[in-house]
Design a protein around this ligand. Structure first.
Ligand code: ADP
Ligand code: MG
Length: 435
């Protein structure tokens, strides 16, 4: 409704002159349907009743290869041809995960970059003709058919010079390193049932209880947390975001029966954290204020080793293979499964977001907004991390992040000193080869 000044200066409402309100767009849920399907377009998926459906979510079946639009950005949409679709469409893993399940999030959420998910460890075997090219596209050409993924969790192998440390301390608000860890024999969140998710949570709780010393802490189930505590943990960057229809989780079905069987473990000073049943069974995280990447990496390595030993002590093995390393829900998170990020203030690059993306791309880095993937960069704060996860060891990726972010800082300083965007663009090739 609107109001307008009358000639006499008093406010009066002139209803007759208001344009009719636009018809309210009804959400999918309001139309009596379950989430899982794109609200604005029908890409051909039909809810035929999948045994994994929940009250609020329907898995879709595609009878034919979806017709991808120019909105579809994902590697999945670029890889899945009608021929490949026909070849894989009737395949199913032993936990009942299908090709339609695997591609649903990328079909119905067109802006995603990867666009497909695994519902269990076996998905990577059954759907490898789709997933291996996606892995190669995301991870700079990694060939899962022939390569062996390396591991190096020795912090002393990382080189972090005093000069780099000083720059990081000036620009970086906080550092965080996380990785995905999943338990063999159980479906991943996109293919789970309430029972399997609860069993995973039970095993993880036992695993967390086995962590000792600096890593000793407590598990807090999401369902048992007050909304205030949940918000506060989220605002401090400790806890996962609530699932939204724009991120990978929702349309993959990985947010079903939320918040059941989800939770967070943390040690006393919240430098070692583990998430339970968000996108993966477990995300291990080490984080602290400031830019001491080497210290955060050392804690990460300790947490990774302790978590593996404790899980094995609790009778659980982790999903892992020589070619794929640690295995997880999203093909972007295999190998090390590690994302080492700094929350960094970049006021000049923030005025040229296309350049920031170009710069990050040149150094194999990924920029995200300040509240996680697909969020805005509030106050020019960006979360900048390594992009690849596989084909490089943990040490190599931490090193790539340190060296790449050092270059990002160098460019930020050049812009602050008056350099033009064009001059930065021209120097990118030389800067990249100097690494
Ligand atoms: P991931 O998938 O690696 O867990 P998300 O993009 O989903 O990352 O973000 C998870 C949360 O972690 C968000 O709240 C994000 O702001 C926070 N976060 C990421 N990197 C940092 C960092 N270096 N310092 C503090 N918080 C961070
Ligand atoms: Mg995430």
């Amino acid at each position: 409704m609107s109001s307008q000044e009358s000639a006499g200066g008093t406010k009066r409402k002139i209803w007759s002159m208001d344009p009719p309100p636009p018809p309210k767009k009804r959400s999918f849920a309001e139309m009596g349907k379950k989430v899982g399907q794109n609200k604005d377009h029908d890409f051909g998926g039909r809810a035929l009743g999948d045994m994994k459906d929940s009250d609020e979510f329907a898995f879709l079946t595609y009878a034919a290869c979806p017709t991808f639009t120019k909105e579809h950005k994902s590697l999945m949409s670029k890889t899945l041809t009608p021929e490949l679709f026909e070849k894989l469409k009737n395949k199913k893993t032993s936990s009942g995960y299908t090709l339609s399940n695997c591609i649903q999030t990328g079909v119905e959420t067109p802006h995603l970059g990867v666009g497909c998910t695994a519902g269990d460890e076996e998905s990577f075997e059954v759907f490898k003709e789709l997933l291996y090219p996606v892995i190669s596209g995301w991870h700079g050409g990694y060939d899962a058919y022939t390569q062996i993924h390396p591991t190096d969790l020795e912090p002393s192998h990382v080189i972090f010079s005093d000069a780099q440390k000083a720059k990081f301390n000036a620009y970086v608000a906080s550092t965080r390193i996380r990785a995905a860890r999943n338990i063999r024999g159980y479906p991943l969140p996109a293919g789970s049932t309430p029972e399997t998710a609860a069993a995973v949570e039970g095993l993880l709780k036992k695993t967390f209880m086995g962590l000792e010393g600096d890593l000793k802490g407590k598990y807090y189930p999401l369902g048992g947390m007050s909304p205030e505590d949940e918000q506060s943990l989220q605002d401090q960057g400790f806890l996962f975001q609530k699932p939204k229809t724009t991120n990978l989780l929702t349309n993959a079905g990985a947010a079903r029966f939320w918040p059941d069987s989800r939770g967070i473990f943390h040690n006393e000073n919240k430098t070692a954290l583990c998430w339970c049943n968000e996108e993966d069974h477990c995300r291990i995280i080490s984080m602290e204020d400031g830019g001491d990447v080497k210290a955060v990496f050392a804690l990460f390595c300790a947490l990774s080793e302790a978590m593996k030993a404790s899980a094995e002590g609790a009778g659980a093995a982790l999903m892992h293979s020589p070619a794929l390393g640690y295995i997880g829900t999203c093909p972007s998170n295999l190998g090390t499964g590690m994302r080492a990020s700094v929350m960094i203030k970049l006021p000049c690059l923030n005025d040229h977001v296309a350049l920031l993306e170009q710069v990050c791309d040149a150094f194999d880095l990924q920029p995200r907004g300040s509240a996680g993937e697909h969020s805005a960069a509030v106050g020019a704060k960006w979360d900048v991390s390594n992009k690849q996860r596989i084909g490089f060891s943990e040490v190599q990726l931490a090193q790539k992040m340190i060296d790449g972010v050092s270059k990002v800082i160098e460019i930020e300083e050049k812009l602050a000193a008056g350099a033009s965007v064009e001059s930065i663009e021209t120097s990118l090739g030389a800067l990249r080869s100097s690494l």
